[in-house]
Design a protein around this ligand. Structure first.
Ligand SMILES: CC(C)(COP(=O)(O)OP(=O)(O)OC[C@H]1O[C@@H](n2cnc3c(N)ncnc32)[C@H](O)[C@@H]1OP(=O)(O)O)[C@@H](O)C(=O)NCCC(=O)NCCS
Length: 171
């Protein structure tokens, strides 16, 4: 099995063209937009690479965002502002050659730990994602993400409070 490097930020020299997770839309986004967005500061992509060849094994993308108060369960809507700040986990994908070896788990843990750390300084209630299909929903459910009941886009979210409770705030 390939030796992998620890998560680090995407750099311009990374070979994004060779990346293939099996989903054209995500390959396309990564090849065309990931670096541009990084430069513009609208999202940050973190990669894990093959330590020997430098090939990108997987990437995860985080940005700031918000959701409408009415997407939350009724009990959580009271006394909340109309726009609720969240971290948007926009993309998570692993190259086919590296799938099923724990790369997605490592990238997701990195993103969730980062979110908890930043949320200590900047107000934010959770990490939100827009799963592409039911298989991906099952993947996120394993990591504590829950459906937002009133969101027509069927987003899923895990609360910062719950991540802290599960040790994501510890070093
Ligand atoms: C979904 C994806 C990110 C998983 O990557 P991976 O590196 O193979 O996943 P890991 O090896 O880290 O698996 C972590 C855990 O999730 C589980 N898992 C992996 N893929 C899963 C799926 N499709 N559905 C449910 N669980 C899944 C694994 O069994 C593992 O659980 P375990 O540790 O308890 O055994 C990868 O298949 C991929 O990039 N797919 C194409 C892009 C995509 O659909 N991205 C989804 C985000 S929008």
């Amino acid at each position: 099995m390939a030796r992998l490097s620890p998560p680090r930020q995407l750099i311009e020299e990374d070979n994004r063209q060779a990346f293939d997770c099996g989903r054209d839309s995500m390959n396309e986004w990564f090849r065309r937009h990931a670096w541009r967005n990084q430069q513009l500061g609208v999202s940050r992509s973190t990669v894990i690479c093959d330590a020997q060849t430098g090939e990108i094994a997987g990437y995860v993308t985080l940005a700031m965002g918000h959701i409408e108060r009415e997407y939350l369960p009724k009990a959580s809507q009271r006394n909340r502002p109309e726009n609720i700040p969240i971290f948007l986990l926009g993309q998570l994908a692993v190259d086919r050659r590296f799938q099923k070896t724990g790369v997605a788990r490592s990238l997701l843990f990195y993103a969730l730990k980062t979110s908890v750390r930043v949320a200590k300084e900047v107000g934010c209630v959770g990490v939100l994602t827009h799963p592409l299909d039911d298989e991906v929903r099952a993947f996120y459910r394993r990591f504590g993400f829950e459906d937002l009941p009133y969101d027509r886009r069927r987003s899923m979210m895990v609360r910062i409070k719950d991540l802290e409770r599960n040790g994501f705030g510890e070093d």
